[in-house]
Design a protein around this ligand. Sequence first.
Ligand SMILES: [Zn+2]
Length: 366
Amino acid sequence: MTIREAVNIIAARFPVELVTDHDNVGLIVGNYDDECKKISMAYELNENVVNEAVKRQVDLLITYHTPLFRPAKSFTTSTSHPNPLVEAARSRLNIFAIHTALDVVRDGLNFDLAARLGMKHLRFLSPLKDTLYKLVVFAPETHADQVRHAMAQAGAGKIGNYLECSFSVNGVGTFVPNDSASPFVGESGKLDHVEETKIEMVVEKHRLRGVLNAMSAVHPYEEVAYDLYPLKNEAVNLGFGVMGDLEPPLATKDFLSHLKETLELEFLKVSNISDRDVRKVALCAGSGYTFYNDAIRSGADIFITGDVKHHDFREAKSCPTVLVDATHQGTERFVTELMYRLIEKLFKGKVEVESIGQRLENALVF
Ligand SMILES: [Zn+2]
């Protein structure tokens, strides 16, 4: 397949389009028309990762962090200061950044970490808004199942853990084909009545194009009649952060020890060590302090993230929701493993998928 086809497969699974307003995700360097025979992944781009990917003849390298976040004025490289993006482009290595498109899905980074910590009844801490449409299509009764099935296969009708959700009602459709029409039923210039089924399904914004294409491909009408409504519902399948319950609850100290052990960290930064048991846990991997207020509102006993600032800790001292900084990289410790698992499943039998083991680069301690 081509890089474009591979990118389209990833974008239909992870909502790249939805997060592009605040994050630089998608194909960052490359040629959409290149052939894609091997996909690999890494936490973030550096000189060693580029060299390793080139050595392994990788065509598409998926990085978690985007390698191009701030606007750049130039792209230059030298032997003493190689620029990994320029080196990748020179070696025809295509780079795709996934970042928040992976964070916001139900089986993404935050849900994976929550499951590793033993949290139960997982739900989004901050569901995305304005990402849902209601698609209503009118099909002849004889073709209703076929149209409904094609839409579901393209990703319509997903509500939480329920797939292929739809509502249908039968009625009568009317139309008059004009002289230029080639109608599936009826004659030009004559009013026709057809037994039709009205099918309603929800569709997430990033799946809309694929669902409309799938619907049109199997619908028998020359002009497919459909309505598309933007919904005000919060997304059920997309959001930032995660909330979950501990069963049985743990003393704060015991939970913090469990967290340290799971993330293989030597220390955590904590706003206060409360006497209360931890029943509800909220977390957002990476730099997720922005979601601390959502955690407080949701009644979480503890909120885990990375990159918490000094003054944020000071303010949190008097707050019932314990604030924990488990470091940016600590909370993202398992992300490459997760990316491999999800991407390999996506391309199984189509493209070879492997992962580049990467030594993470921490700031040095002096
Ligand atoms: Zn990060």
